[in-house]
Design a protein around this ligand. Structure first.
Ligand code: PBG
Length: 357
């Protein structure tokens, strides 16, 4: 039956807040948000991240304070990233396997303090390797001594250019062999969920096998199944001190010029390997991808509003050009409408505050 142009009035259902609230299908609740936090070794460190106003690198003791604070404000889950001192970085990223690194220490502190939040850990090597790629390289870099101050020397720049030109990239199978080890370490320290973010093939199989073998069959895997090589990670690489020292990540992260079918394949593969949940990342520019993946898989589908997205909202808000609360909440509804079960966002604390008002 076709609608009559004379009797239809779409505005009838927009009359008044009570009616609009009654009809709102897309909702946000505190349980839908995950707050990322950055930890580094040391004591009493609370270092602001300049390109991400309101975000900090924290030493484990300060991270514990932050977590108690977040828990008190109603945040239910956090995603932990390790920031690594330059002298602790090497070609293989072995500091990731040190049970006393900042991530493991923070997990233990949180568990011992009885913090009632889900602990999720980012599982990658880019923060831990001297070259900044997400795992050991297929061909080792020449064994030149590398000091902390070495980063910007001509010799190093020359080496980096040569590596880039030679097309050296991350060794997939060596990386996944290590990833299982890192996952077990996180699980032992108290991680509830591990989140591999390196876009290595068969990473989920390797991690699931390692966790089960080590007696952690209950630890979940949230796979960054669909992760694009994106300019929106810029501020994060400052925050995590993890920019690639040569080349870029396009040899393993996805190409945004391809359509959603590749994304669906990635997600289905990870689910087949045992991923309990999958993630699409970044968020704002990938709502179509999120929607397609959500419809293709049966597992919960998350979205990550990444550092560059956060920085853009913050910058525009600070300039007085947008209403921050209105725009950020609008964005969150878009993520949920596109199918996100939950949202990882640096805005988690502020959103919870806004939801309370
Ligand atoms: C890799 C990782 C990255 C992000 C999360 N995990 C950076 C990258 O792939 O370069 C980016 C998150 C953000 O930008 O907020 N460990």
């Amino acid at each position: 039956m076709s609608e009559s142009l004379t009797t239809t009035r779409m505005r009838r259902l927009r009359r008044g807040g009570i009616l609009r609230d009654m009809l709102a299908q897309i909702t946000l609740s505190p349980a839908h948000f995950v707050a990322p936090i950055f930890v580094r070794s040391g004591q009493a460190i609370r270092r602001p991240i300049l390109s991400m106003p309101g975000q900090f690198q924290l030493s484990p003791d300060m991270a514990l304070e932050e977590l108690s604070d977040m828990a008190a404000r109603g945040i239910r889950a956090y995603l932990l990233f390790g920031v690594v001192d330059a002298e602790d970085k090497d070609e293989a990223g072995s500091h990731a396997h040190d049970p006393n690194n900042a991530v493991c220490t923070t997990l233990r502190l949180a568990r011992d303090a009885g913090i009632n939040m889900l602990a999720i850990t980012d599982l990658c090597y880019c923060e831990y390797t001297s070259h900044g790629h997400c795992g050991p390289l297929a061909q080792p870099m020449e064994k030149a001594p590398r000091r902390k101050t070495d980063k910007y020397t001509t010799a190093n720049a020359r080496r980096s250019r040569a590596l880039h030109a030679s097309g050296v990239t991350v060794d997939n199978d060596a990386t996944i062999a290590q990833l299982g080890r890192q996952a077990v370490l996180h699980a032992k320290a108290g991680a509830d969920i591990v989140a591999p973010s390196g876009m290595m093939d068969h990473a989920v199989t390797a991690i699931r096998t390692a966790l089960d073998t080590a007696g952690f069959p209950e630890t979940s895997i949230l796979s960054y199944a669909v992760k694009y090589a994106s300019g929106f990670y810029g501020p994060f690489r400052e925050a995590a001190e993890s920019p690639p020292q040569f080349g870029d990540r396009r040899g393993y992260q996805m190409d945004f010029r391809r359509d959603s079918r590749e994304a669906v394949r990635e997600a289905l593969l990870d689910v087949g390997e045992g991923a309990d949940m999958v993630m699409v990342k970044p968020g704002m520019a990938y709502l179509d991808i999120l929607s397609a993946v959500r419809q293709a898989v049966d597992v919960p589908c998350a979205v990550y509003q990444v550092s560059g997205e956060y920085a853009m909202f913050k910058a525009a808000a600070q300039a007085g050009w947008i209403d921050e609360k209105q725009c950020v909440l609008e964005m969150m509804h878009a993520f949920r409408r596109a199918g996100a079960a939950f949202i990882i966002t640096y805005y988690a604390s502020e959103i919870l505050e806004w939801l309370r008002q």
